[in-house]
Design a binder for this molecule. Structure first.
Ligand code: ACM
Length: 255
């Protein structure tokens, strides 16, 4: 299975240009799973008025329609971040499509900084989808700082976590190999680059393996990166012959 990220600098409020950039940057590449950054069709530093204007229903909006067509054309799975509108609420969401089918969405649980003024905190459970036999979970950007998010997905059977991000701190890139290691899962973090309204994004998207090894990391911007993986490797939770990270847990000692 080929997992991939596409890292780029979305243009604020220019959905069609952003979708075109995604297409141009990936259409000649091979992948089974493509992960794109958080809020990658609208940009990140939105005003409330812009959020109202640019957000879309999921799955009944033009961005999902584009991705359905594109995932069918590429015979692949795509996970990306976008601003979702439901009634008078807005969510920082990520969407999962597979070969022309909408499989589901996740709404960011741990909102970062001024996102708290814009979005309603996620109200959907951490979910694991069976995508062509690969058990796939989603978390979004700052969820990385809560090890419980990745642990919950891994406990629910995730072999791989797709992780759209818009990182402004240079910390998550250090943490993701550890999330992969402590849960013995694959992770694909797609970050963005560029600057918006005083926020500078830190790039360095990365794909990590269950042993904590970084299989691929972006060094330039924009950047497509891929790595071939065997998801079954994530089913073995042993760190040594006598230590299973899951079977040996001692929940009575934990908070
Ligand atoms: C972030 O959660 N976008 C840092």
């Amino acid at each position: 299975m080929i997992t991939a990220f596409y890292q780029f600098a979305p243009r604020l409020g220019e959905r069609d240009a952003n979708l075109e950039m995604i297409r141009k940057g990936t259409v000649n590449r091979s992948f089974d799973l493509l992960v794109l950054p958080e809020l990658c069709t609208t940009g990140y530093a939105l005003t409330p008025e812009e959020l109202d204007r640019f957000s879309e229903p999921v799955p009944d909006g033009p961005t999902v329609s584009f991705m359905l067509r594109y995932s069918q054309e590429k015979k692949s799975t795509i996970v990306w971040g976008m601003a979702e509108r439901e009634g008078d609420r807005f969510y920082n969401s990520a969407v999962l499509v597979h070969q022309g089918f909408f499989l589901g969405k996740y709404r960011k649980v741990h909102l970062f900084l001024d996102e708290k003024d814009l979005f309603t905190p996620g109200d959907l459970p951490f979910t694991v989808w069976d995508v062509n036999g690969v058990r796939t979970g989603i978390m979004i950007c700052f969820d990385w700082a809560y090890p419980e998010a990745a642990r919950t997905l891994a406990s629910r059977g995730a072999q791989l976590i797709a992780h759209p991000a818009n990182l402004v701190l240079p910390l998550c890139q250090k943490a993701m190999p550890v999330r992969a290691l402590e849960n013995r899962i694959f992770t694909v973090t797609a970050n963005r680059t560029g600057e918006e309204r005083g926020l500078r994004f830190t790039g360095q998207s990365l794909i990590c393996a269950p042993g904590g090894k970084i299989l691929k990391q972006a060094r330039k911007r924009p950047s497509f990166g891929s790595a071939e993986i065997d998801p079954v490797e994530a089913s073995d939770k042993r760190m040594t012959a006598r230590n299973s990270l899951f079977e040996d847990r001692r929940p009575s000692f934990y908070l």
